[in-house]
Ligand binder design. Sequence first.
Ligand code: PGA
Length: 253
Amino acid sequence: MRRPMVVANWKMNTRASDAYILATTVRNAVAPIEGIEVVICPPSIWLAEVAQIVKKDGKVNVGAQNMFYEPEGAYTGEISPLMIVDLAKYVIVGHSERRSYFHENDIIVNEKVLAAIKYGLTPIICVGEQHQSDPLYDAPNQLTEALIHVPKNRYKDIVVAYEPKWAISGFGGKKVASIDHIIKEFTRLREVVGRDTPILYGGSVNETQISELAKRPEIDGVLVGSASIRAASFLNICNTWAKAKSFKTEVSN
Ligand code: PGA
């Protein structure tokens, strides 16, 4: 069964003391919340420390925001899946900011997905169109390209995040995409991956818009950027998600 998830993408934010305080606050507050998986993706320089902080009660998992696809070697400045796997369960791959600012294309994203799976990490594969009406950057096509050579029986070991670029706050997005648009894209993505892969929504998710998203059974979770570095906002999102999703479980049972 697909798990409800709330994933924090801190991006290139937090200095050492901020990361320590934020990770500790989230860990403590999430401890009593049942029924969702919470994941923190800090900057890679804080991965080890955040992993150390959250492992105390094991309710929060850790993810890296990016990695290179080679396991080791002369690649100055990069981090490898083998370095991450001892510290984290997840790695974000193909985020729009990587595609836009660091020229990552579908071939590179596919290499990273394959490397993540090979070395025991769960990739959170980000896909999403660049413009509201641009058929060239089509999320299901991006996903199909990202999954080349991934055997279908491993689709349960990946997570997909649908993040239309125009909704991401870092690119000027101010609000969550419309529910109709999200559901339409989720239906198309679901046709690519089948029923076992969690699919998350990302792009301007905050505590004021979360209830609307949480009501939809198609949406398994959210990938939260700017609101995830404000502890109160992020915890509000986690609580709302847990309440909405556990209610659905009760009803469907
Ligand atoms: P945002 O970022 O919530 O700040 O829009 C989401 C993301 O880029 O993952």
